[in-house]
Design a binder for this molecule. Structure first.
Ligand SMILES: Cc1cc2nc3c(=O)[nH]c(=O)nc-3n(C[C@H](O)[C@H](O)[C@H](O)COP(=O)(O)OP(=O)(O)OC[C@H]3O[C@@H](n4cnc5c(N)ncnc54)[C@H](O)[C@@H]3O)c2cc1C
Length: 414
């Protein structure tokens, strides 16, 4: 769609939040357009065919808290098959690299750590989660690795109040054709302008003036859904400036999680939907999903500072690390059986600059600050604004719907 010169509502970003907002405004009587910097919808949801027989989600893959996940009903409505196989993170371990008794001991230490955080959060006082690691516990480095997968950061950068506010039902499903593919279908039929990067929202006048890489348009209202790192680093600017939003975004940084998919020849003995990792006693470790959906591949997952170091080492470093680690667990024979197909580099993605948000210690209240409307004209959505489902795709989508409701309520009041 070409850029109109004027619209009632401009939605910035066609990720889950922007799509949720656009759907909610469809029958409102307001004209709306979604302005998207990329040439596709989905943002941090992106499914690719990594090879003719391997579907791979570079970003979100799991329908977290599935019973409360609004994308489940959307998937069903759109005839996207949902796979209810539970994740292999815990029980379905493969090989000798993490023997069952060690694994049980590790999960006991992890659960005790989570419990200490939950107890401490009752006081309402915030602290870094690292304070609740048991001194000298041999599993601490691996607990930090798990934190880097879940939160995108290690425990020293994680607010316990924020972590405690997340609502996890522990039911995680998947979309067989890909979460990103579901979002792409969800975006069909919405008014979208691609390759349209918004650089400035001028709210000094009667109407909003929005500067983009495709030209300027005016709007009565805008819903901003871009990732926090872009607001914090002011790649999108406001005039007059909004220092509270910049501060809130800076204290809700996107942590980092990266994924890699490796083709697997002769899948043979490796179980469908198995898990592989080592009792490596390091934070610098990957976790591997064997043959997801039975496909001939292995997916690797890395988080936090280690993911950043691997990204900084250049394209291919994540795959190389994964292959070395898998070979160390399964034997040299695997070096000829696995080969790189694709890896993500979310920190280097100019329109994400990270993977998902966490609150820095002392800043859990910043989610509400970021979400608050300004002057009844600027509205904010995106995963980081979700009070209980931040860092997820459904949390993002629901936040877009919430912002759209705020827009229509404001319009009805006039
Ligand atoms: C590796 C990885 C694994 C994940 N796993 C899961 C998972 O299993 N389950 C889950 O629920 N979530 C997961 N997530 C998180 C989930 O993907 C995100 O929380 C969610 O997709 C964020 O949606 P959003 O709309 O808030 O932001 P985004 O998807 O980032 O959308 C924002 C959009 O704004 C666009 N944009 C940016 N700047 C501009 C600009 N200046 N002008 C115009 N457009 C702009 C971007 O291109 C983007 O399309 C994962 C994320 C990653 C990276």
């Amino acid at each position: 769609m070409s850029l109109p010169s004027s619209v009632d509502v401009a939605i910035i970003g066609a990720g889950a939040a922007g799509l949720g907002a656009a759907h909610a405004l469809k029958h409102s009587g307001l004209s709306a357009i979604v302005l998207e910097a990329r040439d596709r919808v989905g943002g941090r949801g992106h499914t690719i065919m990594a090879s003719p027989d391997v579907t791979f989600d570079l970003g979100c893959g799991w329908l977290h808290s599935a019973e409360q996940n609004s994308f489940v009903a959307i998937a069903e409505q759109m005839n996207f098959e949902i796979d209810r196989t539970l994740p292999p993170w815990r029980e379905r371990a493969y090989g000798k690299s993490f023997p069952p008794d060690e694994r049980a001991d590790f999960f006991r230490a992890l659960e005790e750590f989570f419990q200490r955080i939950e107890d401490a959060a009752q006081s309402g006082r915030d602290n870094p989660a690292s304070l609740y690691l048991e001194k000298g516990n041999r599993w601490n480095p691996m607990i930090d690795a798990v934190s880097s997968y879940i939160n995108g950061c290690e425990t020293d950068r994680l607010s316990i109040l924020d972590f405690d506010a997340y609502q996890d039902s522990n039911t995680n499903w998947r979309v067989r054709r890909g979460y990103g593919a579901l979002m792409a279908s969800y975006g069909v039929s919405l008014p979208l302008a691609f390759n349209c990067e918004v650089t400035l929202i001028d709210h000094s006048g009667k109407r909003l003036r929005i500067e983009t890489s495709q030209g300027t348009l005016t709007a009565d209202k805008a819903i901003v859904t871009v990732p926090t790192n872009l607001i914090a680093q002011q790649t999108i600017r406001f005039h007059p400036a909004l220092p509270d939003k910049v501060d809130a975004a800076a204290n809700l940084p996107l942590g980092l999680a990266d994924k890699v998919v490796l083709a697997l020849d002769e899948p043979g003995e490796l179980p469908k939907d198995g898990n592989l990792r080592g009792a490596t006693m390091r934070t610098e470790m990957g976790t591997y999903h064997l043959r997801p959906f039975g496909q001939p591949c292995i997916e690797g997952f890395f988080g936090g500072r280690f993911a950043q170091a691997l990204e900084d080492a250049g394209d291919g470093a994540i795959a190389a690390q994964s292959i070395d680690e898998i070979v160390s667990f399964l034997g040299n024979d695997y070096r000829r059986r696995i080969r790189p197909l694709k890896e993500s580099r979310w920190a280097h993605d100019p329109f994400a600059r990270g993977s998902y948000s966490h609150a820095l210690p002392g800043h859990t209240g910043k989610r509400a600050v970021l979400a608050a409307p300004v002057d009844g004209r600027l509205f904010f959505a995106g995963e980081a604004t979700s009070p209980h489902f931040f860092s997820t795709a459904h949390g993002a989508r629901d936040s877009g719907e919430r912002a759209a409701r705020e827009v229509t309520a404001e319009t009805d009041n006039k």
